[in-house]
Write a protein that binds this ligand. Sequence first.
Ligand code: TXA
Ligand code: MG
Length: 339
Amino acid sequence: MMTQLLPATEENIRLGGQLIARGQLVGFPTETVYGLGANALDEKAVRGIFAAKGRPADNPLIVHVAHASQADDLCHVTPLGRKLMDAFWPGPLTLLMPKKPIIPDVTCAGLASVGVRCPDHPVALRLIRAAGVPVAAPSANTSGKPSPTRARHVYEDMQNRIPLILDGGDCQVGVESTVLDITGDVPVILRPGKVTREEIAQIAGDCRVADSVMRPLREGEHAPSPGMKHRHYAPEGKMTIVQGKDEEKVVQRLKDMYDANENACILCHSRHLHAFEGRMVRDLGDSPESTAQVLFAALRDMNDLKVRRILCQGWDTGGVGLAVMNRMARAAAFDIVEV
Ligand code: TXA
Ligand code: MG
C-alpha cells in the first residue's frame, strides 16, 4: 500500500475522514503525539491498528471524541468525570470510565473500562468530525519505539502500512496524555502527562499516582495499565540518566561517562551545553515542558546517528517533570545514576 504524506488542509482532512469511515487507518497530529486512527466501533479496522503497529492485543486503545457529549455514547460518565472534562477537555487527559457495549472488546483489549480523550488540536478535532465516528488511536509508532512527534516519524514507521498521514507540524506537548483511572474512589494516574497530579487534585479533591510509574514492574506484578508492562521508548543505544541537586556534579559525571565510552552522546539542559564543547551533545531545553517537546525526537535521532551510549540529564519529578522522567526512565530501562 502506498502511503501519502499530505499537509492537513481542509480537503485532505475530509479525505482522512472518508478513509476512517470506510474502515481505513489514518495518521494524524494531536497536541501530544501523532495518533494512528481508525473507527473505534469497527472491529476489523481496530484489528488493523494492532497489525500496523505490531502491538500486543492485550494493550487497549484510547478512543478520541470531538466533544465531551460524544463520551456519553461510549461510557458511563460520573459527576467527577463530567467535572474533569469541563476542566481539561479538549486537552491531554485520558479518562478511564466503565465502557458501554457499543465499543467492541478488541478496542479495549477485553477490559471493562474505556479510555476516552478529546484532543486539543484543530486537525484532530476536524478529522474526528469528518469521520463521523469515535476514533481509536494509539501513538502512531511501531510498538516499542518512541512516540512520533513529527509527521516524518509516522512516515518512517508506517510507510506502506497505511494509506494516509496528515502533516500538521510538530506536536506542542511532545509526551502522551495523562491516563487517569476514575473508576475507583480516588482518581489514579496510570501514565503521567502534561495534565499533572497537582492540577487534577485541585478539581477532584484528591489524586494518586500509581506507584509503578517510576519503577519497573516486579516479576509477575499486574500492570495497572497494560501499556506499562511492555518495553517502551527504547533507543538502540544503552541509555543512562544522571541526576542530582548539585548541577556541577551532574555535569562532571556526564563528562566522565562520555569520555569512558565510544560513540556516546550527551542530552542536557540548555544552560549546560557550553560545558560539553568538543563532545557530541543535544539540547533538551531549559524546563521539563521544553524537554517533553523534544525528547522523543532526540531518542529517534540517537538511533539514526547510531549512538551506542546515551547520557541524559534528568529533571525533578514535580509537575510535568514526572511525565518526562517516566518516559526517560523507561527508555533507559531504569538505569538512573544519582550524584
Ligand atoms: O496522547 C495520547 O494519549 C496519544 C494520542 C494519539 O492521543 N495516544 C496514546 O495511545 O498514547 P497509546 O495507545 O500509545 O497509549 C495508551 C495507553 C496505554 O498505556 C494503554 O495501556 C492505556 O493507555 N490504556 C488505554 N485504555 C486503557 C484501559 N481501559 N485501562 C487501562 N489502561 C488503558
Ligand atoms: Mg503508545
